[in-house]
Write a protein that binds this ligand. Structure first.
Ligand SMILES: NC(=O)c1ccc[n+]([C@@H]2O[C@H](COP(=O)([O-])OP(=O)(O)OC[C@H]3O[C@@H](n4cnc5c(N)ncnc54)[C@H](OP(=O)(O)O)[C@@H]3O)[C@@H](O)[C@H]2O)c1
Length: 291
């Protein structure tokens, strides 16, 4: 396929969006639009932005990620930002001759498998956030077979100081709570692959050069429970903190989550995307600047 020359990134303050911009090959022109500059739920504004910037590709970094709040007060926002917004982008990109790269989540699966999920596994979302993300995937892929949906999971990496997510991401939240409290309660029965946004970004750029369209999984290698992940964070950062291990049922979060959601990257690898390193190694690099 042809190499892209110009890329527009929406939701540009997000942690994955920022990493995508930073990892861009030097010959590519990157245009970034934050939420205040382009609301993806505004269909006319989306079309106007494509008309103005005329990108080859749009990376949609915009999302509503408040998984528990989406179960009640946030349901409308989740559906608008995760489904309506991507539908606006997908149709506008198709009509402007651009390709959309949209991001989704391991949470589209119900976690009943015990081996990594591949792109042929049937989604079965357990909550409103997950259902809104699946809806977004479907509208993007229905708009054009040339659009890409890339499912990622458990993101960590540098974040904007003002982010919608409490703590920014799991490692930063654990470090904050660990230092303040010396003890944290963490679920020990949800297994998945923590993924470092700079590593994912490199994978996305490789995939862009190789994939004609469709759904793909990308994550760092390896898998771990949240409780073991927390323990690893404290060990690497040298923070004295007890990890109280609880089941998801005892923790009682408003949104149900898959107990197992490791993503198989085999499809991306088969196209020549370099396997992402093990999550622990990436975590060490990330925490080097936060320890
Ligand atoms: N974070 C995870 O662990 C995780 C796990 C699996 C999948 N994913 C998926 O990976 C992708 C990237 O996630 P992320 O963690 O990088 O997200 P993020 O840091 O929460 O960033 C999302 C960005 O979207 C912006 N935004 C929200 N509504 C918007 C709208 N209507 N128009 C334009 N921008 C809007 C937000 O703006 P403000 O900054 O102004 O609020 C924010 O900057 C998402 O598709 C997400 O669902 C994430």
């Amino acid at each position: 396929m042809n190499s892209p020359r110009t890329i527009l990134i929406t939701g540009a303050r997000g942690q994955l969006a920022r990493a995508l911009a930073i990892a861009a090959p030097p010959q590519i022109e990157i245009m970034t639009l934050e939420r205040t500059e382009l609301d993806i739920c505004d269909a006319a504004a989306v079309r106007a932005a494509l008309e103005t910037h005329r990108p080859d590709f749009v990376f949609n970094g915009a999302a509503y990620n408040l998984v528990d709040i989406a179960e009640a007060d946030g349901a409308r926002a989740a559906l608008e930002i995760n489904a309506l917004g991507p539908a606006n982008l997908a149709a506008a990109c198709r009509d402007a001759g651009a390709r959309l790269v949209h991001f989704s989540t391991d949470f589209v699966f119900d976690g009943t498998k015990t081996t990594p999920y591949d792109e042929n596994d049937k989604p079965h979302p357990l909550g409103v956030y997950a259902a809104s993300k699946l809806c977004g995937e479907n509208v993007v892929l229905a708009a054009s077979p040339r659009h890409l949906v890339i499912r990622v999971c458990r993101l960590f990496g540098p974040v904007e100081a003002q982010t919608q997510k409490p703590g920014g991401n799991f490692p930063l939240l654990m470090l904050k709570l660990g230092r303040e409290r010396g003890k944290v309660r963490v679920v020990d029965d949800q297994i998945g692959s923590p993924s470092y946004t700079p590593d994912l970004a490199r994978g996305v750029w490789q995939l862009l050069e190789r994939a004609d369209g469709g759904a793909f999984h990308l994550s760092n290698a390896g898998e771990v429970s949240f409780a073991d992940y927390a323990a690893e964070i404290f060990q690497i950062a040298g923070v004295e903190c007890e990890v109280e291990r609880v089941s998801s049922a005892d923790y009682g979060a408003p949104a149900a989550r898959p107990l197992y959601s490791t993503l198989s990257n085999a499809k991306a690898h088969s196209l020549g995307v370099t396997p992402l390193r093990e999550w622990r190694e990436a975590l060490r690099e990330f925490l080097g600047s936060h320890a």
